[in-house]
Design a protein. Sequence first.
Length: 408
Amino acid sequence: MNKGWKSGRVGELIASLESGISVNGVDGTPSNDDYAVLKVSAVTYGKFNPQASKKITGSELQRAKCIPKKGQIIISRSNTPELVGASCYISEDYPNRFLPDKLWQTIPHPEKKVEHKWLAYFLASPWARFRLSSLATGTSNSMKNITKSELLTLPVPIPPFLEQKRIASFLECWDNAIEKTEALIAAKEKQFEWLTSNLINRAGHKRKPTSSLMSEVSKRNKNSGIERVLSVTNHSGFVLPEEQFERRVASENVSNYKVVGKGQYAYNPSRINVGSIARLDNWENGILSPMYVVFKLDTTKVCSDYFLHWLNSSEARQRIKNSAQGSVRETVSFKDLGAIDIPLPAMEIQKGVTYKLNLAQREISLLNKTLKQYRIQKRGLMQNLLTGEWQVGNSHPEAEEIRKEGIT
DNA sequence: TGCTTGGATAGATAGTGGTT
DNA sequence: AACCACTATCTATCCAAGCA
């Protein structure tokens, strides 16, 4: 262990750990001025959301204690397996919020100097998270609990106060980089929507019903030659059901299933209103439940990528949704879909639009990759810094270099 | 004895899909 | 159109042990 570091327990670093009251609360989102008790969901790793709370009244308000205050850490003692032990640093006072009995707050020690930001990072570190989640009891797979004594006796390598501050500010830099990247991605996504809208939907192109571009493909899996059963989900398009579910959910006999080939589109008529429609890109072929509609495009009239961009635009999604609402079961038949019209300029223009949109999309996916890298690197950094394997300081060129990368 | 605390569990709600 | 299967999330609520 590094010079000046001591091994200790979480309990030594704080005066006490207190939990709030057991209440029922009132449904409905409280305003910032209402007295309210936090929901357990207000705390996730590193993030505090005071909006996640319920209004309280009368007798409950009188019993209420434990107000989140600046400099404290709030910890989840009873939660789902993923979130049990989750904690966050409180950076301002919340005078009209109270803790429920399922959350703890740390009361800082009056004499000992401890940087609570550092402690919060420690509690959120991969190591501490792992320890806490393995200490959690509870046989049900939906709710786990941590006891007070287990948290208080959790071992922690304690650096000197100054080092605590350095570690905290270093990791804060990293968090900033992550936040900035997230914000940038959000902005780029907004821009992408705007671009789609302006290049396709509001560009004044002549519109044509999509039925003039699409033709249904109803090839059946006659001799059961294809075994790859696929589903179309609203968030990831084509997926293998076994990745989504434990078991394969298809029927025994798949000879009546519909065959879909690469580049073709498919949707489930009763799920399309929530966005379950996609183009098959990742596999050569696959089979789908007979209820699906499979279609292909006439690529002499429309560029497939252009069509896909249009299909993913908020305007097209809305129109599909509207067309579903007319029917009793909220389904969209192939005929219904064909009745929607698409702005369709000449092929050259379609290609130009597609080029621009693909470029913008690639930029977003690159930023997402970067973000993912940042998160992985932050995990590693936490591990190394909080255990004292690396020291933060001017003396450490490697750490300094990484810090610079994190900022830019 | 009555209140607090830790822990287990049921159930509401929402969502993903499917078959017949 | 009716119905089924399964997962995930969240939290109300109950119960027993601990404590003053």
